[in-house]
Design a protein around this ligand. Structure first.
Ligand SMILES: [Zn+2]
Ligand SMILES: [Zn+2]
Length: 252
């Protein structure tokens, strides 16, 4: 009889401990283990008038007007942001106000390397912090040789498409570590220098990418750079030619 009471007490103790353990487990899963998704710090560099950036679950949505937030001859004389051409010797006839460059890009909030690369193609391959599109090193079906005379001081022009950059966008990045924008595979692209070393990175892959800290994150992460090699005889630097190291997403 006495033995049975002791046994009962012991079982009650075990049951109490189990209940306590369970309730402390459920506290953990409410707070500590759940991952909260937040917008990457780098998105705070994007122009708030030209872009609208927000989370949709674990997807980042980047909406842009497609218009650059800086001066260029391509605004057309009379516009507040018009400047006379200083670098371009042969502007294309079109002007920014004549185009609707608005577009949306959806990327994963934590992009990953794809394991194999994908070539870039014509059209927008990224969205810059100014709001305007990033294009690759091709114009029509050829390289930029014939188009380079129409590129403004910031490496941008209007092709048959909306205003876009092919070269280092000197309107806000000139031989520095500034954020340029986001490529359609979700990786950011920075200027020719890297914040992690304050100079030109020496460990870039063929896409101009590497993994290190940046001014936006203390955790090393993959990102691209404008490669510090002059593009042909232009005395200027290509913005991004690819190939993508992540999985590209549509910009439309
Ligand atoms: Zn172009
Ligand atoms: Zn870097």
């Amino acid at each position: 009889m006495r033995k049975q009471s002791l046994k009962l007490l012991f079982m009650l103790l075990i049951a109490t401990i189990t209940i306590l353990a369970c309730s402390s487990n459920s506290d953990d899963s409410d707070g500590g283990t759940g991952t909260t998704i937040t917008l990457h710090e780098a998105f705070s560099d994007f122009d708030v008038d030209e872009t609208d950036i927000y989370l949709d679950g674990s997807t980042v949505v980047i909406e842009t007007t497609g218009n650059p937030n800086h001066t260029t001859p391509y605004w057309g004389s009379g516009h507040a942001l018009y400047v006379a051409p200083t670098v371009a010797t042969n502007l294309t006839p079109s002007l920014i106000p004549g185009y609707d460059g608005s577009a949306t890009l959806r990327v994963p909030s934590s992009p990953t390397l794809a394991g194999s690369t994908t070539a870039t193609s014509l059209g927008a391959i990224g969205i810059s912090i100014s709001g305007a599109a990033i294009f690759n090193d091709q114009e029509g079906n050829g390289d930029l040789s014939s188009a380079v005379v129409s590129l403004d001081y910031s490496g941008g022009h209007i092709g048959p498409a909306e205003y876009h950059y092919h070269l280092e966008p000197k309107a806000w990045s000139d031989d520095d570590e500034n954020l340029i924008g986001i490529i359609s595979d979700g990786f950011f692209i920075y200027g020719r220098k890297c914040n992690s070393t304050s100079t030109y990175p020496t460990d870039l892959d063929t896409s101009g990418g590497h993994t290190s800290t940046t001014q936006h994150t203390m955790t090393a992460e993959y990102h691209y750079h404008v490669i510090n090699n002059l593009y042909t005889t232009t005395g200027r630097y290509l913005l991004f030619a690819g190939p993508y190291t992540g999985t590209p997403n549509a910009i439309n």
